[in-house]
Write a protein that binds this ligand. Structure first.
Ligand code: TRP
Length: 452
């Protein structure tokens, strides 16, 4: 069994060294494991909550996609897509919104922090706060739950959001009476380094102290490294590696042996300028080849677009049946199913009606099919050793009618009874054909239930 690992990257900024070491590199490494089924996506709907600058959003989406691909993500192996290419996500967001307690969202850290800031400033508590910020955790829950993700690697600031996704999933499962959603688990990568930025604080866009990964090329990388703040010790004076940002950053790229050598050089009094050059060259060993693919991708956005469209297709193949199943469960069913009596009456008296046809399979077991009034095969039952058991399943299906639980799968559906798939539909040629068949199947079940 593969573990489905899913994470999103908000597309507001330009990737920096801290993003690379803290998120991109470990995620790409995990995606290569055989026991991992990775789903990585660009959270561009989330980006809209933070930025209303269209050029910035567009640029960041492109840069982030190119960065992940250049860093070694294999789009054949990983499902790599943009949130905004998956219409099932906003649809699911609404379903989840309707079961989410408003009080839960009141407690979200990000929203609360904004309220506190307003209150301190003597403003209206909700001044300048959009409903987008407020709904952030529900959108994030939909990102995760649409794909039945098992593990969600995130930074510490996101732990609460995963907890909320679990809460919301449980609430939905409870209300609609079935385990629709897998409960996701948060993964915090403890051993991954947090890089200091130019000023020694954690490297972060919000501190404006970042070292860009690719943007600006080799020249800009070198210039940024030369601006890392150090103490004022002169060449020849011993430096303390453990309080030096240079050493922390170096270690995040280097082998153990290289780190030992760099530590010694600092203790031996290497000048800061020279040490920065050593750091720059070490980072370049890793970054230069990736930068080359990054630049090639950035020069051909159409290639990136094609990869993302493929990814969206793969992602939707999972999210679409999931959402179809949910629509069915919450009562958003096709019009045919709404009026069972009318449908039954509409069938001409003494005319054709859906029917069961029992048969004996080659292995001697008993099964049956359900045919529509037009003779289309709608369902094939599982095998029974005892013909009476097959008969009583027919009776139960008749009693249930359109209330029968239908599990929508990629290109087929299954009728579920007591948690077991007891009959399956044929395989359809596409999602649309499947959805149309769902309507016919529901109609036929209605008619069955209405029969004497
Ligand atoms: N909110 C996350 C962040 O800012 C990004 C994100 C959006 C995400 N949807 C997600 C992460 C789903 C994990 C799963 O870091």
């Amino acid at each position: 069994m593969k573990t489905r690992v899913l994470t999103g990257i908000t597309t507001t900024g330009t990737p920096h060294l801290g993003n690379y070491v803290g998120a991109i590199r470990p995620a790409v490494a995990a995606s290569w494991r055989d026991d991992v089924d990775a789903f990585y996506f660009m959270a561009d709907y989330h980006a809209l909550i933070k930025s209303d600058n269209p050029e910035r959003i567009e640029r960041s989406r492109l840069e982030i996609a190119a960065t992940w691909l250049a860093a070694g993500l294999d789009p054949q192996k990983v499902t790599f897509y943009r949130q905004s290419d998956i219409p099932e996500i906003p649809e699911l967001t609404w379903f989840l919104t309707c079961v989410t307690a408003k009080g839960l969202l009141n407690r979200a850290h990000a929203y609360k922090a904004s309220v506190d800031k307003n209150t301190e400033a003597g403003e209206d508590p909700d001044a300048g706060i959009t409903a987008g910020l407020y709904m952030y955790p529900v959108l994030m829950a939909a990102d995760i739950l649409a794909f039945n993700a098992n593990k969600v690697p995130v930074g510490r600031d996101q732990i609460q959001h995963i907890e909320m996704a679990r809460d919301i999933a449980q609430r939905f499962n409870h209300i609609y009476g079935r385990e629709f959603f897998v409960l996701p688990e948060v993964v915090i990568e403890e051993q991954v380094a947090t890089l200091p930025g130019l000023d020694g604080r954690k490297m972060s866009k919000s501190y404006d102290n970042t070292i860009p990964l690719f943007a600006g090329g080799q020249k800009h990388l070198r210039e940024s490294i030369m601006r890392i703040v150090t103490d004022s010790r002169l060449p020849g004076e011993a430096k303390d590696p453990d309080s030096s940002s240079l050493f922390t950053i170096f270690r995040a790229f280097a082998s153990e042996a290289e780190s030992v050598a760099f530590r010694q050089a600092l203790v031996d009094g290497i000048g800061w300028g020279e040490a920065k050059q050593v750091l720059f060259e070490r980072i370049e060993v890793d970054v230069a080849p990736m930068r080359e693919s990054y630049d090639a991708l950035m020069a051909r956005p159409a290639v990136i677009e094609e990869i993302l469209q493929e990814g969206a297709k793969k992602a939707r193949a999972i999210a679409a049946p999931k959402v179809a199943e949910l629509r069915d469960a919450i009562g958003l069913r096709s019009g045919v199913a709404i009026a069972p009596q009318a449908a039954a009456k509409a069938a001409p008296k003494g005319g054709k009606a859906p029917r069961f046809a029992s048969f004996r399979d080659t292995d001697g077991s008993f099964r049956f099919r359900l045919f529509s009034a037009d003779g289309e095969e709608l369902l094939l039952s599982k095998s029974f050793a005892d013909p009476k058991a097959a008969g009583s399943l027919q009776k139960r299906i008749k009693e249930l009618g359109a209330a029968a639980v239908l599990q929508v799968q990629a290109l087929s559906m299954a009728l579920e009874l007591d948690g077991e798939h007891v009959a399956v539909t044929p395989t359809y040629t596409g999602e649309q054909a499947r959805d149309e068949a769902l309507t016919r199947l529901r109609g036929a079940l209605d008619q069955l239930a209405a029969q004497e």
